[in-house]
Design a protein around this ligand. Sequence first.
Ligand SMILES: NC(=O)c1ccc[n+]([C@@H]2O[C@H](COP(=O)([O-])OP(=O)(O)OC[C@H]3O[C@@H](n4cnc5c(N)ncnc54)[C@H](O)[C@@H]3O)[C@@H](O)[C@H]2O)c1
Ligand SMILES: [Zn+2]
Length: 359
Amino acid sequence: MNTLSVNLGSRSYDILLAPGLLTEAGPRIRAAGLKGRAAIITDENVAPHFLSRVQESLRASGYHFSSHLFPAGESSKSMTEVEKISRQLIQEGHDRSSFIIALGGGVTGDLAGFIAAIFYRGIPFVQIPTTIVSQVDSAVGGKTGVNAPEGKNLIGAFHQPRLVLSDPQTLLTLPDREFREGFAEVIKHAAIRDEAMLAELEALDPLDQNVSPDLIARNVAIKARIVEEDEQETSGTRALLNFGHSIGHGIEASVPYGSLLHGEAISLGIRAALILSEKHAGLSPTASQRILKLLAHFQLPLTLAQDIPTELILEKLARDKKFSGGQRTFVLLERLGKAITCSSIPATDIPPIIDSLRS
Ligand SMILES: NC(=O)c1ccc[n+]([C@@H]2O[C@H](COP(=O)([O-])OP(=O)(O)OC[C@H]3O[C@@H](n4cnc5c(N)ncnc54)[C@H](O)[C@@H]3O)[C@@H](O)[C@H]2O)c1
Ligand SMILES: [Zn+2]
């Protein structure tokens, strides 16, 4: 068992990582001190694989619970779904003494975490992540929320989970595309904080879904340390995790939600960020090439579709949270493993970079 912790004073919590952990959900949640009724929130793809195992374990530990399924996919990260599920919870008799279990990928964690943040003004929640994105990134750190038609993640709250249970065996049932997508966030972590991880990723077979728990733990540790330093993204440290996410989110929000998977949009965003890094932070072209090659190794897209207009991406970009007060802050790489934030990039630089992603 790998045990990592996020140290945030009274909001501290553990991330437990072990194959087979799903079947121990009940006792682990009990040991974390969670009482009351549970509401399991999961999507319709994840439920057939894992819901009954979690339910059995909760039952054996004496928990009463209800289960709430929603349609899988990014388009469920919406206020409509928040209202629908919140009202189901009320109708099931949940109140401020209940807690939520988010069972699934990043969409489930962000949606269920946000419901936990606002239901009866906030109840505890547990993350049980079942995708690479969620195990290495989204289940840790307490960013919860949903999309607006105007842009990604614009409605949300900081709400830390009370426990994260990460079972790498769950990754075995991920469809190939959803499996590879997750490596965009892993490559992001390596690029901003852990150059040595690049070699490990280069040696991986992108079709082998037996992911080493140590690799997940290494990524969780990167995320956890950054969150400890800058929980609410005020000092600039946590912003480094947005590498590839400014233009990436702009692209993701410019197509119908879900037609590009999050990691796929971020792959394109990373390519744009590398071009900016070469121009404004002195990143060597060799370093850029190494990251691009790695994205291609996981068959992540590097070329933007011709039919997504640059103006639309720019419009979505302007609404991004990272552009607060009209100031555009980009995360750039100075070298592999070393990221910085930069607020002095002229607006006129961006459209040609987006255009250049088409070839
Ligand atoms: N909160 C954060 O800090 C943070 C960080 C990174 C990403 N995110 C968000 O995470 C989301 C992307 O997460 P994701 O890629 O996990 O998407 P997802 O939750 O939609 O999962 C991808 C697909 O895989 C299915 N699935 C999940 N686990 C499965 C399993 N084990 N076996 C079979 N199918 C399974 C899901 O039903 C879905 O269809 C985006 O909305 C992104 O904005 C949030
Ligand atoms: Zn991301």
